[in-house]
Write a new protein. Sequence first.
Lengths: 112, 194
Amino acid sequence: MLSKELVAASTVPLVLSVLTQGESYGYELIQRVRELSGGRIEWTEGMLYPVLHWMEEEELIESEWREAETGRKRKYYRLRKDGRKALHEEKQQWLSVHDTLTKLWNTYPRST
Amino acid sequence: MEHVSPFDLNTALRLWLEQLGQSPQVKAENLKELESHVCDSVTRLQTKGLSSEESFLVATHRVGSPAKLEPEFAKVNRNPLNKILHGLILIIFSVGCWLLWAILHLPVMMGVAMHGRTPPAFTQFVVGCGAYLAAPPLLAAGYCLYVWTRKPGRENSWVGFFATTMALLFFTTLPTLIAILLPIIQFMNLATPK
């Protein structure tokens, strides 16, 4: 399981990345991340919604209420242009951290 | 024998939403979305063999307690009171500045009453500066516009705005009062029969 801090820091890039694959709704986003992480990334599910609303205010994503196949109404989120830009920046930053750690762990494998 | 009432999912969901909705930080739209989430979660858990009661308990537990959710929603759902208070402070400050500007016309009127005698130098200086009294309310209005149109999560407290405007009003009132008192004293000295 990932630490709470890391889960919080990775929420925005994870949501943006899932939404690059197409529009989605809160519950589906959580399921997708849980599935992809093999259960290692566990969100307190309700906490995702304030983040989604913040991302909407920041114009990274947009939403629309629509009727689902079950007949219930769901709020669907999709990526906006600024969201794609933000994702590109996030990607660069996370890859920088990943590269640095990989180099360090390859240079000093015994310390890990 | 004790009578156990059957679990009703809709009632349980309604009660849970009512409890969550008691917080002013959680808006109706947030509740609607959380309801949709719990329903999806319950449906999924039921397909795994859980009863509707078990599914509901697991689904609501996963969503998180109201105590945990409230502060998170508060970050994105702005309190309109802060905006209203900024507006009220702006009105009070603008009226205060206008009153000071109006008061500063008294020495001029008194100068006329004193048959064209020039008021004291300090009064003349403060009256001259009176024209600039329009600037602080304009700046305050600009700041309020910025606060009203700002994105959520970065709320500016009204307390700081109140303290700044009231301090400015206080320090402007002091020289204004002195400036109008000086010609009054001068006028009274002249009016007193020797």
